[in-house]
Design a protein around this ligand. Structure first.
Ligand code: C5P
Ligand code: C5P
Ligand code: C5P
Ligand code: ZN
Length: 517
């Protein structure tokens, strides 16, 4: 049987066999949408294969975090959505006999190898645009199903009591994820784990791997499996964030990626536009949502929107961006965040980036009562923070160097979301899209972060086509000031000592200049 990404099959099988031999596994993952979906996929697959495990989350897999993991004395540690970039440090613990690492990741690997290392970049697949951490975990999950079946250890029944007892670093509560239904998107348990493809797509979308309106490469193979398994539906649809949950006027007002004068950022304009259509767009006095419109109604609104864009002089190339592929989780109720891959991923970021990874993991694992309500509360807070952050950056503006632009948020934007804010602010007034943006924020909270600064960098796919690789920029510029960084070509991060931003900026500007030459 061949899996969703043939290039990775052999390595995935080796990793799966190793996991099935383990008495107990520590599953460690990253605190963002991709990291949470990675953990949920791995947790479901381990449970179905009857491999006992425990889950922990880390904001950053630095030396301290790896040492803490080693101190837990698990013989096997499964790292998802991180691990490759820290193989140098992990390798030292492996050499010392602390644990055997199994890694399902898509970040740029450090200069060191290990046996059970599943990463698309090792097999000629782009880790920034073709396969996410959740995608790599899904490939592993598919292999686990096969391995467990052959060794006769597979469950063959719906997983209910969740060996997943999530422990989020810094969490105030030890989030139990018991009493779960089937994982997100899945209505039926599948012994081949293909139902987990829905979560893999949420992870890929959360890492912004969809470009030009759709997912590409290995991700497409996963989408296909999800569609076949009945957990995903794809359609050509309006490419605007909030189709499931936002009332129509808000949907249009907040859509600014393709800026339509008189509608984008214009609440009255958006209302007038909708009122001018010959449609019943209110029900019981409330505005309807895109997800509740009929195909015909959608068509009418979309054509009017395109017409308006044309008449206001929006170039055709931009207007194309209004349409894209939507990824819908078929098993989730219409009108909820969970039904749309993009809204689902934002919901997850709203938990994990606020030290409540346990809540997001619970939602992924199908806990539709407590966890979902808590996640929605966190989401309201996350949205407020994003919008405040974007306003702050747009009002204060950025400093423009020859090849890059940057701002320092100090303690006014949380370091865990400053990268999301930077990416979303690009294209606003005074913030260029033809230069990568670098954002600085103070590290606060957990011990050991004293005197350190977080840097997040975001580019665009078009800059990447011209040669930009922010992962290289971050690791070299951070290295030049005694810090540590990495990530992907289009989005990367670093931790640097306080007091040296100017040296870092100079070096980053220089490297970006060379890359874009
Ligand atoms: O660590 P990980 O790979 O999961 O995170 C990638 C991060 O980069 C995500 O937070 C995602 O939102 C961000 N990203 C971005 N713009 C892109 C691609 C990724 O902001 N074009
Ligand atoms: O795709 P985009 O760059 O707009 O997304 C950046 C992040 O913010 C993602 O996590 C996305 O899901 C979220 N988002 C949001 N509200 C919007 C647009 C995006 O919360 N209006
Ligand atoms: O934190 P942020 O969203 O800016 O992270 C962007 C990307 O850079 C993520 O993929 C993250 O895993 C990576 N990163 C890293 N090393 C760091 C900080 C972030 O590899 N010190
Ligand atoms: Zn990722």
């Amino acid at each position: 049987m061949s899996g969703p990404v043939p290039e990775l099959e052999d390595r995935a099988r080796e990793c799966a066999s190793r996991l099935c031999e383990a008495d107990e596994v520590l599953l460690a993952s990253h605190i963002d949408a991709d990291g949470l979906t990675s953990a949920a996929i791995a947790a479901s697959a381990l449970e179905r294969a009857n491999v006992p495990f425990e889950t922990v989350f880390e904001k950053q897999l630095d030396e301290r975090a790896i040492a803490a993991i080693a101190a837990r004395e698990y013989e096997t540690v499964l790292f998802t959505d991180f691990g490759s970039g820290q193989l140098d440090v992990i390798g030292e613990h492996e050499d010392a006999g602390a644990f055997t690492p199994v890694i399902a990741d898509h970040h740029q690997p450090a200069d060191r190898e290990t046996e059970y290392h599943l990463n698309p970049l090792l097999f000629g697949i782009n880790g920034a645009s073709e396969l996410s951490g959740a995608g790599a975990s899904y490939v592993l999950a598919r292999a686990l199903a096969e391995t467990a079946e052959h060794s006769g250890s597979s469950d063959g029944a719906v997983a209910t009591d969740g060996g997943a007892e999530a422990e989020s670093s810094g969490a105030t509560e030890s989030g139990h994820t018991a009493a779960n239904g089937p994982p997100a998107g899945g209505t039926t348990f599948r012994s081949d784990n293909r139902d987990l493809a829905a979560l893999a797509v949420v992870g890929a979308v959360g890492d912004m791997q969809a470009s030009g309106g759709e997912l590409h490469g290995a991700n497409e193979g996963i989408v296909e499996e999800g569609v076949d398994a009945g957990v995903l539906e794809t359609a050509t649809d309006l490419a605007i964030y909030g189709k499931q949950t936002r009332p129509l006027p808000k949907l249009l007002e907040y859509a600014t990626d393709v800026y339509i004068p008189g509608i984008s950022n214009d609440s009255n304009g958006a209302l007038r536009f909708l009122d001018g259509l010959d449609l019943e767009l209110k029900r019981d006095g409330e505005w309807r949502r895109w997800s509740g419109l009929t195909g015909e109604e959608k068509q009418t609104v979309a054509s009017a929107l395109v017409q308006r864009a044309v008449s206001r002089g929006v170039p055709a190339s931009k207007i194309d961006g209004l349409v894209g592929t939507s990824y819908v989780l078929s098993g989730e109720p219409v009108g909820t965040e969970l039904r749309d891959a993009s809204e689902f991923s934002t919901l997850l970021n709203a938990t994990a980036r606020y030290e409540r990874a346990d809540v997001g993991l619970g939602v992924c694992l199908g806990n539709r009562e407590g966890a979902l309500e808590r996640a929605r509360t966190l989401l309201r807070n996350h949205r407020k923070n994003l919008s405040k952050g974007i306003d702050l950056v747009t009002q204060e503006g950025v400093t423009t160097e020859e090849h890059i632009q940057w701002f320092d948020a100090g303690d006014r934007i949380r370091e865990t979301i400053v990268g999301i804010v930077a990416g979303m602010a690009m294209g606003n007034d005074g913030i260029a899209t033809d230069k990568p943006i670098f954002a600085f924020a103070e590290k606060t909270g957990s011990e050991g972060d004293d005197g350190e600064i977080k840097v997040s960098a975001r580019g665009t796919h078009s800059l990447v086509r011209r040669g930009l690789d922010l992962s290289v920029v971050m690791s070299e510029a951070a290295g030049a000031v005694g810090g540590d960084g990495g990530g992907h070509d289009v989005a990367a991060g670093a931790t640097v000592p306080a007091g040296k931003p100017s040296t870092f900026i100079e070096r980053a500007d220089e490297i970006v200049g060379e890359q874009l030459e």
